[in-house]
Design a protein around this ligand. Structure first.
Ligand code: PAF
Length: 286
């Protein structure tokens, strides 16, 4: 264990468990913010949010190999542990868990956690095995930390739905807290992958929040047909030919199944696509 200012940095599950046990013995409510590092303001908002409810907050920094498909960006996923530790400390984390894959996955690990409903469609269609890797590593983190609350960003809406469903179905004693998407000045949702964008593509990327805004504007103007709201979003996306749409769905906010009509407060629009080799996702309530 390393004491990094007021924050501990641990690499193994036994060290993590010892620190959590001490925090619980001291009466702290324990929060967890799972991340893959390369932290931006969106992650730091999650840590600060956890700190509002918890006297002790662990952030994990772990690029989880099992949630990347063949040909995806596992090898080049940005890693910046030194900067991440400084950012976690500034955001008020009590501990950072930053294992290597071999510290966290037991040798020959052969157990998976797989959610089979809300993980279907949307990103699940284009990233087979992704949500199985996410559910498994988040279950491992929940078991290792046994947090009272865990905070996730709404930008990864399907991930949030999978984790909520997993925690409910498996009676995991943790409250899942969702935090609003944190955005750049032009509306682009913050993401560690935004740094892959070329300067030109970064400018083009504003088409994504503009498409969501077009969907919302259609609803605000009285449109209730999901197909027409979806068409409004797609129409806006078509103004940027460099953006290659993977999906654009008007869906139920909980099940993420496509709907025919927009129900205020219960419907979302979610989309994904590529600018060059960079995959962007985003969503908003309708
Ligand atoms: O959202 C992420 O960064 C990851 O999917 C998570 C939840 C940390 C699991 O690896």
């Amino acid at each position: 264990m390393v004491h990094d200012g007021a924050m501990d940095v641990v690499r193994t599950v036994p060290e993590l468990r010892k620190a959590v046990a001490a925090a619980k013995a001291a009466g702290s409510v324990v929060g967890l913010v799972p991340t893959m590092g390369c932290l931006h303001e969106g992650h730091l908002a999650l840590i600060r949010r956890a700190g509002r409810d918890c006297g002790w907050v662990a952030a994990s920094v772990f690029v989880n190999p099992t949630q990347f498909g063949p040909g995806e960006d596992f090898a080049r996923y940005p890693r910046a542990l030194k900067e991440d530790l400084a950012a976690c400390r500034a955001a008020g984390a009590s501990l950072v868990f930053a294992p290597e894959p071999e510290d966290f996955y037991p040798e020959g690990a052969s157990t998976w956690v797989e959610e089979t409903a809300v993980s279907q469609g949307l990103c699940g269609e284009f990233r087979p095995g992704h949500f199985r890797g996410v559910a498994t590593v988040v279950a491992m983190l929940f078991n290792a930390v046994q947090p009272d609350i865990a905070v996730f960003g709404r930008k990864d809406l399907q991930q949030l739905a999978v984790i909520r469903r997993m925690a409910r179905d498996l009676h995991m004693p943790v409250a899942i807290v969702a935090h609003e998407t944190v955005r750049e000045a032009d509306g682009l949702a913050m993401s560690s992958r935004n740094r892959y964008l070329s300067a030109e593509d970064r400018l083009r990327a504003r088409i994504v929040p503009e498409a969501l805004a077009a969907a919302r504007a259609a609803v605000a103007a009285g449109e209730g047909s999901a197909e027409k709201v979806r068409a409004a979003a797609l129409g806006r996306l078509s103004r940027e030919p460099a953006f290659k749409v993977q999906y654009c769905v008007v869906a139920d906010a909980e099940t993420l199944r496509p709907v025919g009509h927009v129900t205020a407060g219960r419907t979302v629009v979610a989309l994904a696509g590529h600018l060059g080799a960079t995959r962007l996702i985003d969503n908003c309530d309708l």
